[in-house]
Write a new protein. Structure first.
Length: 305
């Protein structure tokens, strides 16, 4: 395997673009440790630290970017999540305009959540943590996309299956890819309906590979025995349609099955789910079991490095 590198949280970006200056240059197959701030840049430490008093120019940092030698437009980056470590304290906020219940609030509420012995201490509840990455992406094809917004480049996908053991496959739009990640959650439910999970600083260890010639429209994830296609849009209808279309195009690329029968198969073993409904664009995912895809002719070589 390749070399191991460290990227400090001092190397942070607040938008994905081709203008990002690389914090690190690595080789195909290298291992990278990303130190990350929480989504508020660690500005909230007590319940007295209010959302309305934050420096909003410091919200949603991602650590990086990392330039991967050999990655070119038309390729994909495979980011294997080897480990996620989180701090012993996280923060949550709820309030006016945040999520589906935001209209019920007049102000903002801050909650500090201690993390002890692998559990989040939410009042009298001890909830086992399940750390995941909220923001992971590369430079978009053109322009600049703030780290709070998801899209074809990745970004704020807020998908709880992007966790230890997962492989995140991102389309490469510019040379080197320019990978950055952050916005860790100790625990987050589908939808992230209050606008936050348990937002936490931490450390992500990942191995990065280049998959030559694998041209994608949107990110994909392999996690917990399934392949997920992820898509973001102005509405959930748009996002769902794109995620299912992406899976269709991908499977038809190797499977000897008609579109009609594949559509039926999707309807009985595929699962459409919501990742998040609180960002500027909402994110949906479509899930197919790997064992079913393998029976259709899917080979790990299709995605693996």
């Amino acid at each position: 395997m390749g070399n191991r590198h460290l990227v400090s949280s001092k190397n942070k970006v607040f938008a994905f673009s081709s203008d990002m200056k690389p914090a690190l240059i690595v080789e195909d197959g290298d291992e990278v440790v990303f130190e990350t701030l929480d989504c508020f840049s660690n500005q909230i430490k007590t319940t007295e630290d209010r959302l309305e008093n934050l420096n909003w120019s410091e919200v949603n940092p991602a650590t990086g970017p990392v330039f991967v030698n050999g990655a070119k437009p038309g390729d994909a980056l495979v980011v294997e999540i080897l480990d996620i470590e989180v701090a012993n304290q996280g923060v949550m906020v709820a309030g006016k305009g945040l999520g589906p219940l935001g209209e019920k609030f007049e102000g903002f509420y801050t909650k500090i959540v201690k993390i002890e012995n692998g559990c989040a201490m939410f009042n009298d509840l001890e909830l086992p943590i399940d750390p995941m990455i909220g923001v992971i992406g590369v430079a978009p094809k053109e322009g600049s996309v703030n780290c709070g917004t998801p899209g074809p480049h990745g970004g704020n996908l807020d998908t709880r299956y992007i966790k230890k053991g997962a492989k995140v496959i991102l389309p490469v739009f510019v040379e080197g890819g320019l990978l950055a990640l952050g916005d860790l959650h100790a625990l987050m439910g589908d939808g992230e309906v209050c606008g936050t999970g348990i937002e936490v600083a931490g450390k992500v260890t990942a191995r990065v590979f280049v998959k030559k010639g694998m041209e994608l429209k949107n990110p994909m994830v392999i996690s917990e025995g399934s392949l997920f296609t992820l898509a973001s849009g102005k509405t959930l209808d748009e996002a769902v349609k794109e995620a299912v279309n992406d899976m269709t195009e991908f499977v038809l690329g190797y499977a000897n099955i008609s579109l009609e029968e594949l559509t039926m198969l999707f309807s009985i073993v595929g699962h459409t789910k919501i990742s998040q409904v609180v960002d500027p664009l909402v994110t949906a995912r479509f899930r197919m079991p790997l064992d079913v895809l393998e029976k259709l002719g899917f080979s790990k070589d299709t995605i693996e490095y």
